[in-house]
Design a binder for this molecule. Structure first.
Ligand SMILES: [Zn+2]
Length: 336
C-alpha cells in the first residue's frame, strides 16, 4: 500500500483560514481582541475570564484555564489524565498523525479534553472540559474514553456531570474509531441518567460535528457562551454544498436560543455563579421527598381553606354592608 499523503482540505493547502474556530492569529497576538482590537495584559485578561473588557468578545480558553476558573480555590483532581492517543491507522495526511499529536502536546495539553472532579461554589461535581487548541478539539478515542470515565466517576461519587465543549467534531485521523466515541459517550450518559444524576452542557465556540451530534446535544440543562457557533456543519461547508447564502447569524448561540436548542446564553464571567446555583437546586431533596413535602403542604392548605370557608357567610354579610360591595356578589338572587 502506498504512503501517499492524503489531501484533507484544499483550502488548507492554499493557506486559507480553517473553517471552525477563531481567526488565525500571529504568535503573541492571542491577547488582542479580534473584534475591537483592544489589547490586554495577561493578568488583565485572566482576571476577566478571557473576555474582552471592551466588547465582551469571548477569547478561546484551554481546558485547564476553564477548570482553574470554575473550581473553588482553583483546585481540581484530574480523571484519567494518563490516557494518550495511539495511532491505530498509522494515518498520514500533510504530516503523520503522531507528529500532529506531539506538536499539540508541546502547547501544554495532553488531549482535547480534560476531566476532573472539583467543587463549584461549594457544590461537588465532575467537569469534562474540551480544548479547541488541541487538534481542533477533535474527538478521538482518548476524548471519548476520558468523557466516559468522567461520567463513571460522577456516578461513583453520586454528583452531577458538567461538560464544556469546543470541538470541530470527530478526529478523522482515527477514522471509524473516532466515530465510535459518539456511541460510547451517549452510553456513558445513559448510565448517568439511570443513576438519577443530571448532565449540564456548556457549549463554547465552536461546538460542531460529531461532538454536537452526540453528547453535546444531550444536556438536561444546556447553556451556551455568547457568539458560539453551534452546528453540525460549519456555514462555509453548507454554503459550498447547497450553493445558497446563509444568514450571518447561522448556528450562533443566540439564534439557537431563539429556536429552543439551548436554555440560556450565559456570559462566561457569570458561569461559576450560574452553575453553582443550578447544582444547588439539583442537590435539594430527592423528587419523592419533595412530593411528600408538597402533599403535606397541600393538606395543611386545604384544612386552612375549609376553616376559611366555614367563616365566610359572616364575612360576606359584613362586606355586603359596605358601599360598592354589591360587585363582590355576582349572584344576588342566590343570596335571598
Ligand atoms: Zn473586544
Amino acid at each position: 500500500m502506498s504512503r501517499r499523503p492524503i489531501s484533507v482540505s484544499i483550502d488548507r493547502l492554499r493557506g486559507k483560514r480553517p473553517d471552525a474556530g477563531t481567526a488565525r492569529r500571529l504568535p503573541g497576538d492571542e491577547r488582542s481582541c479580534p473584534r475591537c482590537q483592544s489589547h490586554f495584559r495577561a493578568d488583565e485578561i485572566d482576571r476577566n475570564c478571557y473576555v474582552c473588557a471592551v466588547c465582551d468578545y469571548h477569547f478561546p480558553m484551554t481546558a485547564r484555564q476553564r477548570l482553574d476558573h470554575l473550581a473553588d480555590d482553583g483546585t481540581w483532581q484530574e480523571i484519567a489524565g494518563e490516557l494518550r492517543a495511539s495511532d491505530p491507522l498509522r494515518f498520514v495526511d500533510l504530516q503523520p498523525y503522531t507528529e500532529r499529536v506531539r506538536s499539540a502536546e508541546a502547547k501544554g495539553a495532553t488531549e482535547a479534553i480534560t476531566s476532573a472532579s472539583l467543587a463549584i461554589q461549594g457544590q461537588p461535581c465532575v467537569v469534562a472540559a474540551m480544548d479547541f487548541g488541541f487538534l481542533g478539539g477533535s474527538m478521538g478515542s482518548v476524548v471519548g474514553e476520558r468523557f466516559a470515565r468522567a461520567a463513571e466517576e460522577a456516578v461513583a461519587q453520586g454528583v452531577p456531570l458538567i461538560s464544556i465543549t469546543a470541538s470541530g467534531g470527530a478526529r478523522m485521523q482515527e477514522g471509524v474509531l473516532a466515530l465510535m466515541q459518539m456511541a460510547k459517550t451517549i452510553v456513558a450518559l445513559d448510565e448517568l441518567g439511570d443513576a438519577g444524576l443530571p448532565f449540564v452542557m456548556v457549549l463554547a465556540h465552536p461546538t460542531t460535528g460529531g461532538v454536537w451530534a452526540s453528547f453535546a446535544s444531550l444536556g438536561d440543562v444546556t447553556y451556551a457562551e455568547p457568539g458560539a457557533l453551534i452546528a453540525f456543519s460549519g456555514p462555509r461547508v453548507i454554503e459550498q454544498t447547497t450553493r445558497e447564502k446563509l444568514p450571518a447569524d447561522f448556528g450562533m448561540a443566540e439564534r439557537q436560543l431563539e429556536h429552543g436548542h439551548v436554555d440560556a446564553v450565559v456570559d462566561r464571567r457569570e458561569l461559576p455563579a450560574r452553575l453553582g446555583r443550578l447544582l444547588a437546586i439539583f442537590a435539594r431533596p430527592a423528587h419523592d421527598e419533595a412530593q411528600s413535602l408538597a402533599s403535606q403542604l397541600a393538606q395543611n392548605g386545604s384544612e386552612r381553606a375549609a376553616r376559611v370557608a366555614q367563616a365566610l357567610p359572616g364575612l360576606s354579610r359584613r362586606l355586603r354592608g359596605r358601599p360598592g360591595a354589591e360587585d363582590l356578589n355576582p349572584h344576588p338572587a342566590d343570596d335571598a
